[in-house]
Unconditional design. Structure first.
Lengths: 35, 652
């Protein structure tokens, strides 16, 4: 997840609303997988 | 890795018509040109094609109207074009930026008469405007371009700027962190904070949904609402602070321009204050003088009074002696003494007879009359002494002198003030005073905002502590989907903490790496064997360290230059974004030994280096000797006319 978060932010600008949603999604996916 | 391949310029500065310079993708390309042949124009052509800007003296943006070739302009041809071929991660790009006249039939007179367009071609395909813009921002963000494209002047500014607390210093530190990739972490931290707060709100809502936890849920929801308000306040105040700082810096610039006038104004204000002081001093002395003058008539009589006093003193003394003598004789007669008590001589009958005779002669007037005569003389003496002490002619002279001196001083100051007023006549004094007043009030606003921000931050800390407290109590309870929301919130919280700590750790690691690399470059560049290396500070400023461990406090212009170059090299070594270094006249301030060291070290600082130099600062023989096989291209800026330069490959 950490690597995924870093990639997300390396590819996009800061303060992006979609970015927060993508972060939320990544963590929720991990939690739903029981991570 | 960004690598430049070829630059095509058309009617840009002194480059008349269409001209091309091919750049080797690795190693060093040297472009030789004497002053005013177009070295800076070549660097500016790269700036223009990337950012649409041209930078002039003092790192200020230059008017595009002045950039087009002057010889073509006299022929009625305006506008210019630059095309850059480059590769980034093995993909070929062609970036073209055109500056053309808005109305082709009307000769332009300013920047508003031009239109600038650009096109970006990637692997033979032209990108749409939005895609082109985001691609360009990704390849070379303008904020970090100063680490790739720079000149001696820009280099010179670095250390000063980094050392200062000025806004520019902060911006450069930010740009350094940007090139080093810190924003990836800080942006991730910001996203995680937003998501963490959202998850906290969700947890509060879940708690509100259950009877057992409702009270805590409500309290948490209130605290979150309060936090939102406080954060909005903080953002607003921070924005206001940023604006106020910009205003302050603009006002300071305006004040600097008016510095001479402001100094004159200050001087005049000072003189006005001095005039008020002198006037009050003069008035005080004049009052003293007036008082002294009421008894000044006494000084007219000093001569006769002194004579009279001296005469009276003689009379007083004679009278006193006479009275004393009679008193002694009287006592000798009265007591029938046989021996004088004063001189121990025997008082014979003859002597006694003499005393009788003498006393008879003395007492022609009575003793009482003599006493009253003496008292009268003493009264007269006292009166004369009073008159003489009031005379004080010297004091009057001093007072008179002081009043006159004050008058002269006053005249001189008034003349000086009037001269300044004449110099200020053409100046809008009011606007100057208004600028100064604005600056003072802006400083007060900044101070108030900073205090406000501190107070809000404290309130936010308290809010966080209160929320943490309630969350701790909630942990002991469960119900509904509270457990899953808590787990979710804890995960975001952990991730946010992880990224917060990572930012600190990464910054520290970067500083150590930049310091290490800068030191390595410095040791290769410096000619001073006693210098052991460089030490970095929080804002990436570098200090030279002596081998005995002490700091070198003062640096020459040449040393500043070398240190800044080391910082550039170290940043290039540590940046996730690698690119070329294009330097304009970097050796002007350096001696031969340093120039030689730098030329030798340049290929270790970046994969591709383009040097724009004049032959005196870097003789071609030295470049060839030091660079050997790493010297990949030599170009010359050849004069055709004062307004026309040709780019030619050097073949000698």
């Amino acid at each position: 997840v950490v690597a995924q978060l870093l990639r997300l932010h390396a590819d996009a600008g800061a303060g992006d609303g979609d970015l927060a949603r993508a972060v939320e999604q990544a963590v929720d996916d991990m939690l739903s997988r029981g991570g | 890795v960004l690598q430049l391949k070829a630059l095509h310029v058309e009617n840009f500065g002194p480059f008349k018509g269409h001209q091309t310079i091919e750049l080797s993708e690795d190693g060093v390309t040297v472009v030789y040109g004497e002053n005013m042949r177009g070295k800076t124009s070549l660097l500016n052509a790269i700036r223009f094609v990337f950012f649409g800007k041209v930078i002039g003296r003092g790192t200020k943006t230059m008017s595009l109207h002045r950039v087009g070739n002057w010889e073509q302009a006299t022929l009625g041809k305006y506008g210019f074009q630059v095309q850059l071929e480059f590769s980034e991660n093995n993909r070929h790009y062609k970036l073209t930026r055109v500056c053309r006249v808005r109305e082709p039939l009307v000769p332009p007179s300013g920047d508003d008469d031009y239109v600038v367009d650009y096109f970006l071609e990637r692997a033979g395909e032209i990108l749409g405007p939005q895609q082109a813009e985001s691609e360009l921002k990704r390849i070379l963000p303008e904020q970090i371009s100063r680490f790739f494209l720079f000149d001696g002047e820009l280099l010179q500014e670095y250390e000063d700027l980094l050392a200062s607390d000025a806004d520019m210093g902060r911006r450069i530190s930010d740009a350094i962190e940007r090139i080093l990739g810190v924003p990836v972490l800080t942006a991730a931290r910001a996203s995680l904070l937003r998501v963490k707060e959202k998850s906290e709100r969700r947890e509060a809502t879940a708690a509100q949904g259950d009877q057992k936890t409702r009270e805590f849920g409500n309290q948490l929801a209130d605290l979150h609402a309060q936090r939102d308000v406080l954060k909005a306040d903080l953002v607003r105040h921070e924005n206001e602070l940023e604006d106020a700082r910009k205003t302050k810096s603009a006002l300071e610039d305006a004040m600097k321009k008016k510095e001479r006038l402001a100094a004159l104004l200050d001087k005049r204000d000072g003189i006005n204050r001095q005039i008020v002081d002198i006037e009050s001093r003069k008035a005080a002395k004049a009052t003293d003088l007036q008082q002294a003058m009421t008894t000044a008539w006494c000084s007219m009589l000093v001569g006769p009074l002194t004579t009279a006093r001296d005469g009276l003193k003689k009379v007083e003394s004679a009278l006193q002696t006479e009275l004393l003598r009679s008193e002694v004789l009287e006592s000798l007669r009265a007591h029938g003494v046989s021996e004088c008590p004063a001189c121990m001589q025997p008082v014979t009958d003859v002597v006694r007879h003499c005393i009788e005779e003498s006393l008879r002669g003395t007492y022609t007037v009575s003793r009482q009359e003599k006493d009253s005569e003496l008292a009268a003389i003493r009264r007269r003496l006292t009166a004369i002494e009073q008159c003489l002490s009031a005379a004080k002619s010297d004091a009057i002279k001093i007072l008179w002198g002081a009043v006159e001196e004050a008058a002269i001083d006053l005249a001189a100051r008034t003349e000086e003030r009037d001269e300044i007023t004449r110099q200020l006549e053409s100046v809008d004094e009011e606007s100057l005073r208004a600028t100064r007043a604005d600056l003072e009030s802006t400083i007060r606003v900044i101070d108030a905002l900073e205090r406000g921000i501190q107070a809000t931050e404290k309130q936010l800390e308290q809010n966080q502590a209160d929320a943490d407290n309630i969350q701790k109590r909630l942990v002991k309870l469960s119900g509904g989907n509270l457990g899953s929301e808590r787990r979710r919130r804890e995960t975001f919280s952990d991730l946010h903490r992880l990224f917060s700590e990572a930012v600190i750790a990464y910054r520290e690691q970067l500083r150590r790496r930049v310091e290490g690399d800068a030191t390595r470059h410095f040791k290769a560049l410096t000619t001073e064997p006693d210098y052991a290396g460089l030490r970095i500070n929080d804002s990436y400023g570098l200090t030279i360290i002596h081998k005995d461990g002490s700091d070198i406090p003062v640096r020459s212009a040449g040393a500043e230059h070398v240190v800044a170059l080391c910082l550039m090299g170290a940043l290039q070594n540590n940046a996730p974004l690698r690119g070329p270094i294009v330097i304009d006249s970097p050796f002007g301030r350096l001696d031969r030994a340093h120039t030689r060291n730098i030329v030798r070290a340049l290929p270790t600082m970046a994969k591709q280096v383009v040097l724009l130099v004049y032959e005196d600062e870097l003789p071609p023989s030295m470049a060839r000797e030091e660079l050997k096989a790493r010297l990949r291209g030599e170009w010359r800026l050849e004069r055709r006319t004062a307004k026309h330069t040709e780019l030619t490959a050097r073949r000698d």
